[in-house]
Design a protein around this ligand. Structure first.
Ligand code: DX5
Ligand code: ZN
Length: 218
C-alpha cells in the first residue's frame, strides 16, 4: 500500500498573491505544486509563463517540486526557459506535438522529469507507446482550460489500464478532484493527485490535503 502525493493547482487562488499561496499550500502539507501554464491557443485561457516561474522559485526556495502542466501549442519552445526558471518536471500534451520522442529527449537533456498529458478525447492507447520513456502520465479528468469543472468519472478506465500495464509509472489525475472523487482516482491507481478549487477555496486546506493524501491504495 502507498499513499498518494498531492499537488495543489494554484490556478483558482488569488493570482496577485501567487508566491504566498504556494508557500501556504506547502505549509498545509502539499507534496508538490502543479503549475498550470496556458497560452490562449492550445486552451481558451491564459495564465503565466517562465518569468513567473522564476519569481516563484526565488520566492519559495529550492525545495518544492514544480510540476509544469504545459497547456501550450508549441511545447518545444519552453523547455529550456522553464528548466532555467527552476521547473522540476515538464508535462506536455500529446495533442500539442508531432514528435513526442524528440521532445521527451529534450526535456531529459535539460535536466527535468518528463510528464505526458492526454485530454479527455485522447485514448490511452495513443499514450502507451511513450509510457516506457516518461516519468509520469497525466490523465485529464476535465477539458483543460479552467479550474472548478466537474470530474469526469469515465476517464477512470484509462487510469486502471495504465496502472495494469505500467505498475511503476507515476499516474496523475487533474480536474475536479476533491474529497468526493478521490476514492475513484485511488481505486483506479492514480498516485499523483492534482486538486485546485477543492483545496484552494477551502477554509481548511490542511484537512483537505490530509484527507486526499490518506487515501490508501491497496
Ligand atoms: C485545468 C487545469 C487544472 C485545474 C484544476 O485546465 O489543468 O490543473 O486548475 O482545478 P480543479 O481541481 O478546480 O478542477
Ligand atoms: Zn493542470
Amino acid at each position: 500500500a502507498y499513499t498518494a502525493k498531492i499537488g495543489p493547482s494554484i490556478l483558482s487562488s488569488d493570482l496577485s498573491q501567487l508566491g504566498r499561496e504556494c508557500e501556504r499550500m506547502m505549509e498545509c502539507g502539499a507534496d508538490y505544486l502543479h503549475l498550470d501554464v496556458m497560452d490562449g491557443h492550445f486552451v481558451p485561457n491564459i495564465t503565466f509563463g517562465h518569468p513567473m516561474v522564476e519569481c516563484l522559485r526565488r520566492c519559495i526556495g529550492p525545495d518544492p517540486f514544480f510540476d509544469m502542466h504545459m497547456m501550450v501549442s508549441r511545447p518545444e519552445q519552453w523547455v529550456k526557459p522553464m528548466s532555467a526558471a527552476g521547473a522540476n518536471q515538464y508535462t506536455f500534451h500529446l495533442e500539442a506535438t508531432t514528435n513526442p520522442g524528440n521532445l521527451i529527449k529534450e526535456i531529459r537533456e535539460s535536466g527535468m522529469k518528463v510528464g505526458l498529458a492526454i485530454k479527455p478525447g485522447t485514448t490511452v492507447e495513443e499514450l502507451a507507446p511513450w509510457a516506457g520513456q516518461i516519468d509520469m502520465a497525466l490523465v485529464m479528468t476535465v477539458e483543460p482550460g479552467f479550474g472548478g469543472q466537474k470530474f469526469m468519472e469515465d476517464m477512470m478506465p484509462k487510469v486502471s489500464w495504465l496502472r495494469s500495464q505500467f505498475p511503476s509509472l507515476d499516474i496523475e489525475v487533474d480536474g475536479g478532484v476533491g474529497p468526493d472523487s478521490i476514492h475513484r482516482c485511488a481505486e483506479a491507481g492514480a498516485n499523483m493527485i492534482v486538486s485546485g478549487s477543492a483545496v484552494v477555496s477551502s477554509d481548511d486546506p490542511r484537512s483537505v490535503i490530509a484527507l486526499l493524501k490518506n487515501v490508501v491504495i491497496e
